[in-house]
Design a binder for this molecule. Structure first.
Ligand SMILES: [Zn+2]
Length: 56
């Protein structure tokens, strides 16, 4: 039997313009907020993206 994964869907939001550019998932067990450097097409450059919980 496959192990049940506790993954939740999150949005990645640009810190500079607030645009949600990416959707990803992460483990539920990690407490810290996810932060990734991604390209924002709105800012047209790489910016920090922070996770934002997906609304149900
Ligand atoms: Zn942006």
């Amino acid at each position: 039997m496959a192990k049940k994964s506790l993954r939740i869907k999150i949005h990645l939001k640009c810190k500079e313009c607030g645009q949600q550019n990416y959707t990803t998932s992460r483990s539920k067990e990690i407490k810290e907020k996810l932060e990734l450097k991604k390209h924002c097409k709105h800012c047209r450059k790489h910016t920090m993206h922070v996770e934002e919980k997906k609304l149900k």
